[in-house]
Design a protein around this ligand. Structure first.
Ligand SMILES: NC(=O)c1ccc[n+]([C@@H]2O[C@H](COP(=O)([O-])OP(=O)(O)OC[C@H]3O[C@@H](n4cnc5c(N)ncnc54)[C@H](OP(=O)(O)O)[C@@H]3O)[C@@H](O)[C@H]2O)c1
Length: 300
């Protein structure tokens, strides 16, 4: 790994390359699994309505499955679907032994009770790790599934040799999808990559945090999951910090993250680009979880 020195060029954390490498490893594991069990794990992808960004994400997930040798099923429902109709589909997928993973693409249309739907997914098939059982197990430090985007962040840190133990990590954003679970993972005594990639001192910020800049400047590692284009400027970052940009914002000029990438380059020691940073890891870790779910259900 190149030096993490603020005075040299920062390390650009290439999520695309890391994701490709992990997908190669998953493909090998899937091939071995199918050879041994003579069964192919299957991800059921559920999309309600025609949100264009969701359609792109779902297409990436299906393509990812095919790339590593997993099967996928499409369940596309109309925008006007009711909570009851969606729950009926989830129950049907729960009961289908051929379906090993269930992914309900978010956000759901307003009329649908999203919590009821996520709660209804069999936690053994919950490849997104949003079910309260999986959230609770993670919180207690004994996870079965790790949520895909936070797991992707950890992979990038681990495979780039950026230890988190003893560091101050500041997370901006408290969503159930990114902010809260990444904080929960980094604060544990250990994790999938051992104690060096856990044991951080973690602070979570949100829109009600006073003196935000003061807090964010205390982070040796700063993780931005806000949903506001280029929100994090150089003044908000400790010189030499590692910056993980989770944001995906669609502007007319293209995709941008939650951090001012160009403005931060002279200050930081390492940074993820957008696109090509955390995004590719989210799909990759979904594939990992789909294989894990099959192992759990089929006892391999
Ligand atoms: N790379 C990937 O694969 C991936 C995966 C998931 C999400 N994302 C992207 O990551 C970003 C965040 O997603 P999310 O689902 O976590 O978003 P979210 O649910 O909208 O949460 C955003 C968080 O940012 C906080 N926030 C908003 N404005 C703020 C401000 N001015 N100062 C401080 N905090 C502020 C909010 O605070 P409050 O709670 O107080 O409102 C909230 O906790 C989005 O751009 C999303 O597209 C990317």
């Amino acid at each position: 790994m190149s030096s993490l020195n603020a005075h040299t060029r920062p390390l650009i954390l290439d999520g695309k390359a890391i994701g490709n490498q992990i997908q190669k490893e998953i493909k090998q594991q899937v091939d071995e699994f199918i050879f041994r069990t003579k069964r192919q794990p299957t991800l059921a992808v559920v999309l309600v309505g025609g949100d264009p960004a969701s359609q792109v994400y779902v297409a990436h997930k299906e393509k990812g499955c095919a790339k590593v040798g997993l099967a996928s099923q499409r369940h596309f429902l109309p925008e006007a679907t009711t909570t009851g109709e969606l729950l009926a589909l989830v129950q049907q997928l729960n009961a289908d032994p051929a379906v090993t993973g269930i992914l309900v693409q978010l956000p759901l249309p307003k009329q649908i009770d999203g919590t009821a739907v996520l709660d209804a997914i069999d936690w053994r098939k919950d490849v997104d790790a949003f079910h309260p059982t999986n959230v609770g197990l993670l919180s207690q430090g004994r996870p079965r599934f790790l949520p895909c985007t936070p797991f992707g962040i950890l992979q990038v840190l681990y495979r780039s040799g950026i230890k988190v133990a003893g560091k101050r990590v500041v997370v901006i954003g408290r969503s159930d999808i990114v902010g809260k679970p990444i904080a929960a993972m980094l604060v544990q005594r250990t994790g999938p990559f051992g104690p060096d990639f856990a044991n951080a001192t973690v602070t979570i910020c949100h829109s009600q945090t006073p003196q935000l800049e003061e807090v964010t400047r205390s982070g040796d590692i700063l993780i931005a999951a806000i949903g506001q284009p280029k929100f994090v400027t150089a003044e908000m970052v400790k010189p030499g910090a590692v910056v993980i940009d989770v944001g995906i914002n669609r502007l007319e000029s293209g995709l941008v993250g939650d951090v001012d990438y160009d403005g931060l380059l002279p200050t930081v020691s390492a940074i993820t680009p957008v696109p090509g940073g955390i995004g590719p890891l989210t799909v990759t870790m979904l594939l990992h979880n789909t294989l894990l779910a099959a192992r759990l259900q089929w006892g391999e």
